[in-house]
Design a protein around this ligand. Structure first.
Ligand code: S3P
Length: 401
């Protein structure tokens, strides 16, 4: 599929973005293992979240899909059925890693597979802790396809080698079924939607100083969920508003959970004119409108704790850095190498075609600012965030991208 982008002059827009992907996945998963009906409003009907629905249907959950809501008829913590065929997660890392935590505790075996990209992404990060809890997981070189022999689990104390919400969530889901408490130590905080939503459904999870403790529960109880707009999608509009001269964009009703707002903090550090309006809480998640005006950005360095708080936004952040004055550094970001594509390599390759000067480092990249971009043909590497980032870069390039 080809899309053509032309240089933009000024953008004045008042928009909403589709529902948060992380929260949409979790609402279906947790609703499926809760008692009662979960009505989900604002669900993201993208391929990844539809894969999650498909997997839980194969596990015996009745899920109704309407235009404006999804209804999950939960089967309770112990009500899933052995699927008749392998579960297919498509391109979705969140589906395969989180569902593995649930499947590890079932008294049946399940096979899980996904597309060519999923078959290359590391699964040892979940196989290791789930095996320590008592699951038996077979894989091909620590990648999908996975065969999970579920069974009775025990709680563990686990120090995560990297900040990853997918790994943390997988362990937390397994911990619901364990015989005793589980403690997880995170090197730095990753998104905490699992902790918030599971507690909303009756789990007993506490977090303090990067230490998360979860006690097993007898049941989860269904609760309605309104999914806020996805800040990871809002990031493209935020960036367009900042870099396209004389723009003013308002993005309404976006999830602004502090474990996700690294991109806003990074842009504020660069001198961005961004304001949050109408801040309020929905289902334990912070929500607000993001008001963005064109700004003369200055280069910065991002590293350490902010990286997991903006991990999916680093490709679009690189585009903003091309338009900032000075040289921007991205450090401590090796996790970018194991996303839907190696996002350090793919972003450098594609933005270079537009004339960008960027170099790869061991754990990130160096981005030269104040760049004149010119239209060119770029390739997404079948990675949605690469495609969207290149589209925004195209707004700044003369000619057609
Ligand atoms: C996600 C966590 C992040 C993120 C992914 C969604 C989640 O992955 O990149 O898009 O919903 O938990 P990691 O936990 O592997 O960093």
């Amino acid at each position: 599929m080809n899309k053509k982008i032309r240089q933009a002059k000024n953008i004045n827009a008042d928009v909403t973005v589709p529902g948060d992907k992380s929260i949409s996945h979790r609402a279906v998963m947790f609703g499926s293992i809760a008692k009662g009906d979960t009505r989900i409003k604002g669900f993201l009907k993208g391929d990844d979240c539809l894969s999650t629905i498909d997997c839980f249907r194969k596990l015996g959950v009745d899920i109704e899909e309407y235009n404006d809501e999804i209804i999950v008829h939960g089967r309770g913590l112990h009500g899933l059925k052995k699927p008749e065929e392998p579960l297919y997660v498509g391109n979705s890392g969140t589906t395969i890693r989180l569902i593995s935590g649930i499947l590890s505790a079932q008294n049946f075996d399940t096979q899980l597979n996904g597309d060519a990209s999923i078959q290359k992404r590391p699964m040892s990060r979940i196989i290791k802790p789930l095996s320590k809890m008592g699951a038996c997981i077979e894989s091909t070189n620590n990648c999908a396809p996975l065969k999970i022999h579920g069974g009775s689990l025990h709680g563990i104390e686990y120090t995560m080698p990297m900040a990853s919400a997918q790994v943390k969530s997988s362990i937390l889901l397994a911990s619901l079924y364990a015989q005793n408490e589980t403690t997880i130590y995170e090197p730095t905080a990753s998104r905490n939607h699992t902790e918030i939503m599971l507690n909303h459904f009756g789990a007993d999870i506490t977090s303090e100083n990067h230490t998360i403790k979860s006690k097993p529960v007898k049941e989860l109880y269904a609760s309605d969920i309104t999914v806020p707009g996805d800040i990871s999608s809002a990031a493209y509009f935020i960036t367009a508003g900042l870099i396209v001269p004389y723009s003013h964009i308002i993005i309404r009703n976006v999830g602004i959970n502090p474990t996700r707002t690294g991109i806003i903090d990074a842009y504020l550090q660069m001198g961005a004119n961004i304001e949050i309006l109408n801040e309020h809480t929905e289902g334990g998640e912070l929500v607000g409108d993001i008001d963005v005006r064109y700004s003369k950005l200055k280069a910065t360095t991002i590293r350490g704790d902010i990286i997991p708080r903006m991990i999916d936004e680093i490709p679009i952040f690189a585009v903003a850095a091309l338009c900032a004055e000075g040289t921007t550094l991205v450090q401590d970001a090796t996790e970018l190498k194991v996303k839907e594509s190696n996002r350090i390599v793919t972003m450098i390759n594609e933005l270079s075609k537009l004339g960008a000067v960027m170099t790869e480092t061991d754990d990130g990249m160096v981005i030269r600012g104040s760049q004149e971009l010119h239209g060119a043909t770029v390739y997404s590497h079948l990675d949605h965030r690469v495609a969207m980032s290149c589209a925004i870069a195209g707004l700044m390039a003369d000619g057609e991208t």
